[in-house]
Design a protein around this ligand. Structure first.
Ligand code: ADP
Ligand code: MG
Length: 672
């Protein structure tokens, strides 16, 4: 048995209780302990003269104990004070309730101390510093010390001990799953060295290189998995479908933009290739993705097959069905949602089963159920701005691998799309259709509200509609935040003749409300951000966002995309009192910038990786060591090395241990 697989209870000082504590952190074996990477490092190598200590700064000194430890009792506490001296001055060190220390320090002996210094006048003090006899090696002072992710049950000291013990046990070579050719290509450390450097780095650079090694390995496995998945898809037979596109182009109510036409050509090529298409159409809100999706559905339907379109919500499914009916006027389009009555549903299922319905539109929830979908040759997945990595899973369960087209309105930076969509080919829609103007954007303080209502009134008189977005649904604790209910009530004073609609996430009849706003007599909708998800109301020309400082850039941009969908000039008014520089910068960006890709980059820059789209909370691709955004420099290297190894060993036949590690990584994703 190798040392690595040995249980931690075999290490000196680890009894049943500590074993159990460590298990709670997922540490069972020596290997687990060694892979428990430090959160950060503290450089305790430096050594200062007592006279040079700076107030508030952590530092180390080496000094001689002078005299005896004194004890003072105050308010139930016992304070133990010992003086130390070096050539430059005297340091008073105090500990609290530590009677065992009274015999630790020997007058005249020399000690290393490390802690935060307090300097006032000529007095220099430390409270509860780390201490050890001077000249001792391998202790807590005089080295770069790893600080581990501990928790309330497992102390830093226990982790340090178990990792030290594990390092000491390690006699044989640590087997490295990364082949030398990959390590050399990526200029990455060998594993055994990396594990030592991770816990006992000689310098900060070495610590960083050791961390890189673990991060790289993880990203490398991630990309290997993606490429393998992709290869196995490519080996599958796909429906070989081709159709003359002229009739499709002729029936469209508009001319496709250059980008749309390019995307349609990509799709035609994919669907005729005999292999399953796996394509992402990425385009800002309003860039015209639906027409591109319609082309894919058109090809399937014309070839006597079926196409499905999956939408994230009921409202969107309905709107997609309506749009497709105008884009594909000759096709039988069947809408399947959870809201259908039993009889309607049976009729729809019959049409699907006997093949009369060529195009089926529904929510992901409904379409994932058991349906007679044997004829489906293409599936369009509308993700809007969510990452639906998992939803795609169910498609592989269909009888013959269908062509898959994913539509996303999330303009994400390149390193991210490489990671999230690395298994897809990408078509981008860079420009907006002609005639779709940019939305004029204003940032105003709350004192402008009345003037703004006057402006809205004029828009309503022209037959247009207005959205007003509030950060919360109902009144809450936090002061100064508008809620939908309260706002709508206040608004009736300004618009006594208008019927004002309210919408928020918890309401059951969201669809009805949305429909009433889109086509009915109510012309003002006060809502939370639930409207964010791609609903189309062409008459809406104004969107007001209250407490705009509360929203992220990408979210504001998505909201702005709700207007400017018809022919009329449209406006976005951001009402706020920005208190931070960052909030002001966001509003400025919104005023200047209309391009979703540029806004996403700016969002990333302003908020920092952690907050971006709440990606870290997005559980599907949780990595232990690497952070796709912070470690973005490693992403292309890992992708390149994965590609190049697979070109030598396409199925990892010669690297079974890598294959196994890839499966383990993906199994972890599936569990999240
Ligand atoms: P999104 O990419 O946000 O899904 P849509 O497909 O909903 O965008 O298109 C937005 C609007 O632009 C729709 O009203 C659609 O009819 C219109 N549109 C799409 N393509 C064109 C085009 N080439 N010329 C003119 N209008 C277009
Ligand atoms: Mg859309």
């Amino acid at each position: 048995m190798s040392t690595l697989t040995m249980g931690v209870e075999g290490l000196p000082g680890i009894g049943p209780k500590k074993k159990e504590q460590l298990a709670a952190l997922g540490i069972y074996t020596v290997r687990d302990a060694l892979f428990h990477a430090p959160l950060r490092y503290e450089d305790r190598r430096g050594r200062k003269n007592i006279a040079d200590l700076i107030d508030g700064e952590k530092a180390g000194v080496v000094a001689v104990a002078v005299g005896k430890m004194s004890v003072r009792r105050t308010g139930g506490r016992a304070l133990y004070t010992q003086s130390f001296r070096d050539g430059s001055g005297t340091l008073r060190v105090t500990w609290q309730n530590t009677p065992y220390l009274t015999r630790t320090f020997i007058h005249g002996a020399s000690y290393a101390l490390y802690g935060r210094a307090f300097v006032s006048g000529s007095q220099r003090q430390m409270f509860s510093p780390l201490h050890q006899p001077a000249g001792k090696t391998g202790g807590q002072i005089g080295a770069i010390v790893p600080i581990y992710p501990a928790n309330s049950h497992v102390s830093q000291a226990l982790l340090s001990a178990v990792i030290s013990g594990s390092l000491a046990m390690l006699r044989e070579e640590v087997p490295d799953i990364l082949p030398a050719v990959v390590r050399n290509g990526a200029e990455i450390m060998e594993l055994g060295r990396a594990l030592f450097a991770l816990h006992r780095p000689m310098c900060m650079e070495e610590a960083a290189a050791a961390q890189d090694r673990l991060k790289f390995e993880e990203l490398f496995l991630l990309f290997l998995g993606m490429r393998l998945q992709r290869k196995s898809l490519e080996e599958k037979k796909g429906h070989r479908l081709s159709a003359s596109m002229e009739p499709f182009y002729e029936k469209l109510p508009f001319r496709l933009t250059e980008g749309q036409r390019q995307a349609v050509e990509d799709i035609c090529r994919d669907m005729a290739s005999g292999k399953p298409m796996n394509r992402l159409v990425e385009g800002d809100v309003g860039s015209g993705k639906t027409a591109v999706a319609a082309a894919a559905l058109y090809i399937a339907a014309t070839c006597n097959k079926q196409g499905i379109l999956m939408a994230p919500t009921e409202i969107l499914a309905r709107q997609h069905a309506a749009s497709l009916r105008t884009l594909l006027p000759d096709m039988e389009i069947c809408l399947l949602t959870g809201r259908l009555r039993a009889a309607e549903r049976r009729a729809a299922e019959e049409k699907i089963a006997d093949g009369r319905a060529r195009i089926i539109v529904g929510t992901q929830a409904v379409l994932s159920e058991k349906l007679p979908l044997s004829r489906v040759a293409v599936a369009v997945v509308d993700e809007q701005h969510r990452f639906g990595v998992r939803q795609r899973g169910f498609l592989s369960g269909l009888s013959q691998s269908p062509h898959v087209l994913v539509m996303s309105a999330t303009p994400i930076p390149r390193t991210l799309s490489l990671t999230y969509y690395g298994d897809l080919d990408i078509s981008r829609l860079p420009s907006r259709p002609a005639g779709r103007q940019t939305v004029d954007t204003f940032a105003v303080p709350p004192s402008y509200r009345e003037r703004m209502y006057g402006f809205i009134q004029k828009e309503l008189e022209k037959g247009n509609r207005a959205y007003i977005i509030c950060p919360r649904a109902t009144e809450g604790e936090e002061e100064g935040l508008w809620d939908v209910e309260g706002y709508a009530a206040a608004l009736t004073a300004y618009f006594p003749k208008e019927q004002i609609l309210c919408l928020s996430g918890k309401m059951k009849n969201k669809d009805e409300i949305m429909e009433a706003f889109a086509t009915g007599s109510p012309k003002i909708l006060v809502s939370t951000t639930v409207v964010e998800v791609g609903v189309d109301v062409p008459d809406a020309t104004v969107i007001v966002v209250e407490n705009a400082e509360r929203f992220g850039l990408s979210q504001l941009h998505q909201l702005r995309g709700r207007v400017g969908r018809g022919k009329e000039k449209s406006y976005c008014i951001l009402v706020s009192e920005p208190h931070t520089a960052e909030a002001r910068a966001r509003l400025e960006t919104m005023k200047k910038e209309n391009d979703g890709f540029k806004i996403a980059e700016e969002d990333l820059r302003l908020r920092g990786p952690g907050e971006f789209f709440g990606l870290r909370q997005h559980g599907e691709m949780q990595l232990l060591y690497a952070d796709i955004l912070e470690d973005s420099r490693l992403v292309p290297v890992a992708a390149r090395e994965a590609e190049s190894l697979l070109s030598l060993d396409p199925t990892l036949l010669m690297h079974p241990e890598l294959r196994q590690a890839v499966s383990a990584l993906y199994a972890r994703f599936a569990m999240n």
